[in-house]
Design a protein around this ligand. Sequence first.
Ligand code: SF4
Length: 141
Amino acid sequence: MTIQLRGHHLLCLLGFRGMGYSADFSANMTIVYNKLRDEPASRITIVRGPDDLCACFPSDVEPHCHHVSVAQHDERILQKLGFDYGMELLWSDVIERVRTNVVPEDIHTLCYTCQWRSYGVCEAGVRIIKQGEWLPPLPPK
Ligand code: SF4
């Protein structure tokens, strides 16, 4: 079984530190994050549109998973990484591609529409990967 991920979530996972749209959303993202952290050879499939993280988007928050602007955001990040829809990869392949194709400051242009960008965690997440390190443990709740 592979983890289904859309383009922009490949980078969101690098900056995930436990925050999210709801407790359920964060709990689901924590499960995915910890699996990828613990098992670099986890298989992922790049999908178009909503993925295994969107699956827990709260029903009482304005939905955006199908928005054109979010699809364009996916597209920008897939182009930057040199990936395409339908590709099956190992999570370690994603990390290697981030190391070669992305710099931390790219978050500001790739993710200019994102409300989480100003927290700085995604830029920091890319920096950690570029330094040759791995996904860090999540902070305690
Ligand atoms: S800035 Fe937003 S879209 Fe970009 S990696 Fe961070 S959380 Fe994801």
